[in-house]
Design a protein around this ligand. Structure first.
Ligand SMILES: [Zn+2]
Length: 40
């Protein structure tokens, strides 16, 4: 049984959410992680 190490961390820009919450309402996809919420 192999351990599959996951080095993916939450994107620091969107805190792993994949998007930014806009103050005016709505949300914008994080361009840093392309909405995945994970940083490489
Ligand atoms: Zn992000």
């Amino acid at each position: 049984m192999k351990m599959q190490a996951s080095d993916q961390k939450d994107c620091p820009y969107c805190s792993g959410k994949g998007y930014f919450q806009l103050l005016l309402g709505g949300s914008e996809t994080c361009t840093c992680c392309s909405g995945s919420g994970k940083s490489k």
